[in-house]
Design a protein around this ligand. Structure first.
Ligand SMILES: [Zn+2]
Ligand SMILES: [Zn+2]
Length: 297
């Protein structure tokens, strides 16, 4: 891992990949732990799966553990660092359901109160709802998005039957997170970047790539192009802050990065540093990993 990258850059290098997101989803939602389990669930080629799992073990998201079942077998267990990605994945499902016309995603049940929970993002300090609009972000002097590294080879391939796959098919999130330039572009927009030339300068991105991603974001309804030549986050784009907040929080807690490369996000109403939590719309209490589950029919 290139430690010159900011924590967010490193997180995107690890997680900004459709297969990685799907592997994690299956681990959380269906408790998949074995190579054969993911291969059969996802229809992923063995070489691709093997590469992804090796990377996830290297980054301490899974650990390979031996267990006895007549003979010695191996399974991949989520580490604490891996388990801490749960809120990020719940935020993806939640955004997808609310904004990407995915009402058929399985409902999330809050075991504590017994209700179906529509999670909302709140500030861990004051427990008030938190949105992109009421946060303030400062970029450290070295929080240089242009050093995010080369994006991976483009993978737009989604299985033909993915539409029938209620868990996995999160097309808009995958579009944003499955491509490092896209996520970086969105991050720059949350930091207030609006114009083509400013995106270009901030990201060090090739004009043709930038043009393509901006067009896709307008098609997705994440950006709107305004008459004055700037790209603005739509409500759908602003709502993705929920996902972004958990990505930033996880990255900056878990991944070592050079001083001065951090994003400092504060919740303006209370002045506290970013500490995202998901609260239950029904009872207002936090949705902890151990007391929520998806109702998979
Ligand atoms: Zn607050
Ligand atoms: Zn509840």
């Amino acid at each position: 891992m290139n430690t010159e990258l900011s924590a967010i850059g490193q997180a995107l290098a690890i997680l900004g990949d459709r297969w990685v997101l799907l592997i994690l989803q299956r681990a959380f939602l269906r408790r998949v732990r074995t190579f054969a389990g993911w291969r059969d669930e996802l229809g992923i080629s063995e070489s691709v799966l093997s590469t992804r799992l090796k990377e996830l073990v290297r980054h301490d998201i899974f650990t390979l553990a031996a267990y006895r079942d007549g003979r010695t077998r191996y399974e991949y267990r989520l580490t604490q660092r891996g388990l801490d990605l749960w809120s990020f994945l719940v935020a993806i499902q939640s955004w997808e359901r609310d904004w990407a016309d995915r009402a058929s995603l399985p409902p999330l049940v809050h075991d504590t109160c017994g209700n179906e929970a529509r999670p909302y993002l709140a500030c861990g300090s004051c427990r008030e709802p938190m949105s992109a609009r009421d946060t303030h972000t400062e970029q450290g002097p070295l929080a240089d998005f242009s050093r995010i590294g080369l994006p991976r080879q483009h993978r737009r391939t989604v299985r033909a039957d993915a539409r029938d796959d209620l868990i996995a098919y999160c097309p808009d999130s995958m579009e944003i997170l499955g491509d490092r330039w896209s996520t970086t572009l969105l991050a720059a927009a949350f930091l207030g970047t609006r114009r083509f030339v400013d995106f270009q300068a901030r990201l060090g991105i090739a004009p043709s790539v930038l043009t393509d991603r901006l067009r896709r974001f307008v098609e997705l309804g994440v950006f709107s192009f305004t008459g004055d030549g700037s790209y603005r986050l739509t409500d759908k784009g602003l709502a993705f802050f929920e996902v972004f907040a958990f990505l930033v929080d996880w990255a900056q807690r878990e991944l070592p990065a050079p001083d001065g490369s951090a994003l400092t996000i504060t919740h303006k109403p209370c002045g506290a540093a970013l500490d995202p939590v998901l609260l239950c719309t029904a009872c207002g209490r936090p949705l902890r990993r151990t007391d929520i589950h998806y109702r998979l029919s």
